[in-house]
Structures are given as C-alpha cells and as structure tokens.
Design a protein around this ligand. Structure first.
Ligand SMILES: [Fe+2]
Ligand SMILES: [Fe+2]
Length: 403
C-alpha cells in the first residue's frame, strides 16, 4: 500500500479520491474492477482485510476477498477468489443487514455488539480460519437507480504498528463517497459483460459446447496463467493489470466465430469428414472477421485470440499465415497460446456431448505430451504450477455459471 487516507486533510483526500476514480473508470472487466475497488478501499483505510459482495437476486454473492494476514504467505491465494459463497440479505450478517437497509455500518469491535442490535456478526469465518475480526466498516454499493448492487466490507483498520483500531467517521464518509462512484463503474462493467455474454449466447445457440460456464472457466484460467507468466517475466504491474483486465473479457469470445459454421456440421454427432473439418477450421477466420474493425484495445485482443487460438506451437495448427502455413512458437501471440492451454484443458476435464470427462491424470498426461507440440511448453509448466487455482475455477463454474 503506497498511500493512505489523511485525517483532516480534505483537499489531499479529495485529490486521492479523484485520481483513484479516474483509474477505476479505465477498467473494463468486472473481476479486475472489484479487485481494484477493494484494494483502493483498503489502502484508504489501511484495512487488513476486506471483501466485496454483489447482489444476486435475494442473496449476496461473495465476489472478492483480500486478507493480508491470512494470505500473506500463500502464493496461491488467488484460489480464494474463486470460492462460491452466498449469504441472505437479512440481519443474520452485517453485510446482509447493510444490503437490506442500504445504510453504512461502522463497528469498533464486532465481538461487543450489544444484544439488542438489529444485526449480528457471523463468526463462522473467524472460527474456521482463527482470524480475529475486530473493527469493521460495511458500505452499500448503490446503482444510479438507488438500488443496492453490492456491499464492500472492510475489516480491521490498522495503526502504524499493525494493531487493529476503529474506523473513523471521516473514513466512513470517504469510503461511502468512494462506494457511490465505484458502483457506477460496476454497473458499466456489468453492462459490458452482458454484451459479451450476448455474443457468447449466440454461439451457444449454435454450438452446445460453448456454454457460459465454459467461457468463464477458460477466461479465468487464461487470466491466472497470464498473471503467473507476467510475474516470471517481470512485467511491470501496471502493464500486467491492464492485460489481465482485457484478457478476461477477450478470451470469453475465443470461439465466437462458430456462428458462421452450418448446423449440419456443428451439431453433427459422430466423426466429421475431412471436408467438414475443413469448414470447422474456418471458425477462427470468421471470428476475426467479426472484430476486424476493432476500435478498442480489448476488441483488438479478442480479434487476435479468435484468429490464433488453434495455432500449434510446432506449426501444425490452423488457420496459419498467408498461404496457410501454420504459425510457429512465438509467432503465435501470447494471448492465443494461453487460451489454447486453457481451452484444451477445459474441453478434456469436462463432459461434452461427444465424450465423457477425462480423469485428471489422463488430462495431465495429455498436456505434458502436447507441451512443445500443440502447446507452448512454458505455459504448460505454469499451468501445473498454479493447478490449485485452476481446480478452484473448475469448482466454481461446474454448472451453468453466473459471474
Ligand atoms: Fe475454437
Ligand atoms: Fe472453447
């Protein structure tokens, strides 16, 4: 954390708020945005931990968690991001009460809540993790229509020596103001995600394999593989954050070009003839055509992924360069090499119309065998390094998933 909220320094705090909001408005992907919103809220208040919940009908869906004390030494802490948890919008939890009433809540010690209070602190997380939650600040995220779309919960503001202290009234006002603007950015990210999902839905109507759950899994796996690659290659944080943001959205569209393939081939049960397979091999080109007039960076990335996700590291993939010769090694954009690993893994580990789910060991064997042939060997090695995170992603979106 590089800066913090200053007590009584209104002008400085206002500048801090404005520059932070400016950054938020450049983030397109919902996950990246939630990550940043939480990180920034914690920076303002020096909160040790926090989480964001998004409203999902009558419940709150646990969407993001950060905890410096618990996750400090855990390189694979990203797996916690993919846990599934929902809480009811009622007084049985502090976040539930805030979502229900739309009122911020600030408590100095959650273990000292008086018996007659209209809300309760749910100790179950503390009990399983041995973490001691003390001070807490919970703020609603409200849409432009004044509806609660989610909740930010900040835990244990820390003093200079790392001891929990209460959140101040000034911090509460500041975070409430921040949350107001953050909610607008969340609404915008949800709109973009809906638009992308509409394109995914179009291909899903044609090809039953391209489900929302599949594209969420491929997009999350691809992002995690990229982050690990970026760390290995010492990519500056600002650059990797930006790429992560774009890759999450763009990779969801990898097979959108299948809308151009006739049903008689796409839905054929049984083996395709060589001629039919030649038609299937056109889908990367069709996809690229959809986005050939890309006028934003993420759309340009989507174009690149759609066109190249079936190229092989050894040059035996398609559609290849001008003249049909397959692209090889680093000629294939990194984004597409990453999506290829995530897509192949996801297709094998899950059941599909034409095949059962493969045993994990068999999938691992196949990936190792294809490293250096179909797939980039470095990316396959990274895949194995971060496998607990990949497995958490599989668990989160086993069925038809939501964001
Ligand atoms: Fe494909
Ligand atoms: Fe796919």
């Amino acid at each position: 954390m590089t800066y913090r909220f200053k007590h009584g320094a209104t002008a400085d705090n206002l500048n801090l708020l404005l520059s932070t909001l400016e950054r938020l408005h450049h983030i397109k992907d919902l996950h990246s945005l939630l990550d940043s919103i939480l990180q920034e809220s914690r920076s303002f208040t020096q909160a040790d931990a926090g989480s964001i919940y998004l409203r999902n009908g009558l419940t709150l869906r646990f969407s993001y968690v950060q905890n410096d004390t618990l996750f400090r030494n855990d390189l694979l802490c990203n797996k916690y991001i993919y846990s599934n948890q929902e809480i009811d919008i009622d007084e049985k939890s502090l976040a539930g009460w805030v979502a229900k009433t739309g009122t911020p809540l600030v408590i100095d010690d959650v273990y000292e809540i008086p018996p007659g209070a209209p809300y309760t602190f749910n100790r179950s997380f503390d009990e399983i993790s041995t973490y001691r939650t003390k001070s807490i600040l919970v703020v609603p995220l409200k849409s432009s229509l004044e509806e609660v779309v989610g909740v930010i919960q900040l835990i244990n503001a820390l003093d200079g020596e790392g001891k929990p202290i209460p959140f101040t009234e000034e911090m509460t006002l500041f975070i409430a103001q921040f949350a107001f603007h953050a909610a607008v950015a969340i609404e915008r990210a949800l709109t973009l995600r809906d638009q992308v999902l509409r394109i995914v839905k179009l291909s899903e109507l044609r090809d039953p394999e391209e489900t929302a759950a599949h594209v969420y899994r491929v997009s999350s796996c691809a992002t995690e593989i990229y982050l690990s690659w970026a760390e290995r290659h010492s990519v500056p944080r600002a650059e990797s954050d930006k790429m992560k943001d774009m890759l999450r959205i763009a990779s969801m569209l990898h097979d959108a070009g299948k809308v151009g393939i006739p049903d008689s081939i796409l839905r054929k049960k049984g083996k395709l003839t060589p001629e039919e397979f030649e038609v299937i091999k056109q889908h990367p080109v069709f996809g690229a055509k959809l986005f050939e007039n890309a006028n934003s960076e993420w759309e340009r990335l989507a174009w690149e992924i759609m066109l190249n996700h079936h190229e092989h590291w050894d040059g035996n993939g398609y559609p290849g360069k001008e003249g049909g010769v397959g692209k090889k090694g680093n000629e294939i954009p990194l984004s597409a090499r990453i999506v290829a690993v995530a897509d192949v893994y996801d297709a094998l580990i899950n059941k599909r119309v034409y095949k059962d789910a493969w045993e994990e060991e068999k999938v691992f064997h196949y990936l190792r065998q294809e490293a250096g042939k179909h797939l980039d060997p470095e990316l396959v090695a990274i895949f194995f390094d971060i496998h607990p995170v990949i497995r958490a992603i599989q668990d989160k979106w086993q069925a038809e998933g939501t964001a």
